[in-house]
Design a protein around this ligand. Structure first.
Ligand code: URA
Length: 190
């Protein structure tokens, strides 16, 4: 258990708990306001993220930023973004269960220090691990459920929206619902 972000980051930065540690350029710890009430959790770093050491900076990240911007959220100000795994899986494959398990303790510590009111699972991988193994993004996106005192919601992964733009209006609806929920339960996000 960690008392400060500095201690947590320092230990995490040298992590070799799974094989992804051997092939990373940079560990992607997370970005944003460490006192945020809203935490977004994606899948894992892609090529651009691995090179820059920051989550969601490639094409999908740019799309995610647009949805956030539409509801007044900004990674530099009022939210935090992390991933299920902190190192890039080769060829952008899905992170394996053992890799997710190995990395989960870091994420748990981030959540413990941040105490977010709302967690948004960006895509299937995060939603199935954190909300429920049977989570179906196409059916359950935009629904809030409470888990351990935190409101959890799953939405489309922006990479999936780039592949299938037909779901973009539904994704925007999820963000509008998120905006309403933030207004309802958060004190200092807006
Ligand atoms: N996709 C993710 O899930 N996370 C990132 O950081 C980048 C792309």
């Amino acid at each position: 258990m960690y008392n400060t972000w500095e201690e947590l980051k320092a230990d995490c930065s040298g992590c070799q708990k799974c094989l992804l540690g051997a092939t990373r350029t940079n560990l992607v710890f997370g970005v944003g306001n460490e006192n945020a009430e809203v935490l977004f959790i994606g899948e894992g770093p892609g090529e651009q993220e691995d090179l820059k050491g920051e989550p969601f900076v490639g094409r999908s990240g740019q799309l995610l930023d647009k949805y956030m911007d539409a509801i007044g959220l900004d990674r530099k100000k009022n939210i935090y973004i992390a991933n299920m795994v902190k190192c890039r899986p080769p060829h952008n494959r899905d992170p394996q269960q053992d890799e997710q398990e190995a990395c989960l303790d870091w994420l748990r510590e981030q959540v413990r220090l941040m105490k977010p009111k709302i967690i948004v699972c960006v895509g299937r991988i995060a939603a199935q691990k954190l909300i429920g193994a049977d989570f179906k993004v196409t059916q359950q996106h935009g629904e809030f459920i409470e888990k351990n005192g935190v409101l959890m919601m799953g939405t489309f992964h922006p990479a999936a929206l780039l592949r299938n733009p037909n779901n973009k209006p539904q994704a925007l609806e999820d963000f509008l619902k998120l905006r309403d929920k933030i207004k309802e339960v958060c004190d200092h996000t807006y």
